[in-house]
Design a protein around this ligand. Structure first.
Ligand SMILES: Nc1ncnc2c1ncn2[C@@H]1O[C@H](COP(=O)(O)OP(=O)(O)OP(=O)(O)O)[C@@H](O)[C@H]1O
Ligand SMILES: [Mg+2]
Length: 237
């Protein structure tokens, strides 16, 4: 199958060839990814779907440098990530990638704005500038009035919006999201998705999200379906 992105000459952001991830389990092993190949182009919003245990999280973690793999290759902006050292990989993650996890992973002792400014402070951005960017991003997510709340003082949907703000505050090239609406009711999940669509449309942010929800995947430009560690479909909407 020919992908529209390749036909249109869009720039490839991620290129994955024959990726294998094998977890050793005592005397046996789990082949979580079995030769997955795919390309993701600049400005795409792509859903990864498939049954529980099909390898979605493993794939997301391997292509975003969070996990290692056993065979195959991953290129990020044309660079084979196995050829760069851990320090450079950390820099790549910190500058060019944003992450949203299902369980939010906000730091409980920090307020919303402190959680959001943290990635900038870790990048060495001066505090005043980091604070302003964090506030602007919270405003974008409709949470300006909650900037000084701690996570425990926010609803689930609000916490996820803080997590999105934290994932995009440094203006990454690619946003990786594992079930970003997994714990939320359909109305809240719709508003989170609308925010992601707006970032994709207005800022050209490339988004790769794992979801079980057909309502979410149908709003993405392309759906990658996994089954038993293999890519079994690449439907374009
Ligand atoms: N650390 C690990 N050690 C051994 N096996 C693992 C490990 N992590 C995942 N697996 C196995 O690899 C397979 C893929 O797991 P993965 O978490 O990628 O699935 P998933 O598609 O994200 O599922 P879910 O929808 O339930 O989150 C599963 O069979 C799982 O049991
Ligand atoms: Mg998973």
């Amino acid at each position: 199958m020919t992908l529209r992105g390749a036909v249109r000459g869009m720039k490839e952001v991620l290129g994955v060839e024959e990726l294998w991830r094998i977890y050793p389990m005592g005397d046996s092993q789990v082949k979580a990814l079995r030769g997955v190949s795919l390309s993701i182009f600049e400005g795409e919003m792509v859903a990864i779907t498939g049954p529980s245990g099909s390898g979605k999280t493993t794939l997301l973690n391997c292509i975003s440098t969070l996990d290692s793999y056993d065979r195959g290759s991953v290129r990020f902006e044309g660079v084979d990530i196995s050829t760069i050292g851990e320090a450079e990989r950390t820099r790549l993650r910190g500058h060019k990638m944003g992450f949203i996890f299902q369980q939010y992973h906000l730091l409980p002792v920090l307020t919303a704005i402190e959680n959001v400014e943290l990635p900038l402070l870790l990048m060495g951005v001066p505090h005043k500038e980091a604070r302003q960017s964090a506030l602007d991003t919270l405003k974008l997510m409709g949470l300006k009035s909650r900037a000084n709340h701690r996570p425990s003082e926010l609803s689930g949907g609000q916490q996820q919006r803080v997590a999105i703000a934290r994932a995009i505050v440094h203006e990454p090239r690619v946003l990786f999201a594992d079930e970003p609406t997994g714990n939320l009711d359909s109305v809240t999940s719709g508003s989170i998705l609308a925010a992601l669509e707006e970032l994709n449309r207005a800022k050209g942010l490339t988004i790769i999200l794992v979801t079980h929800d057909e309502g979410v995947s149908s709003r993405c430009g392309r759906i990658l379906s996994l089954a038993d560690g293999c890519l079994v479909g690449q439907e374009e909407e």
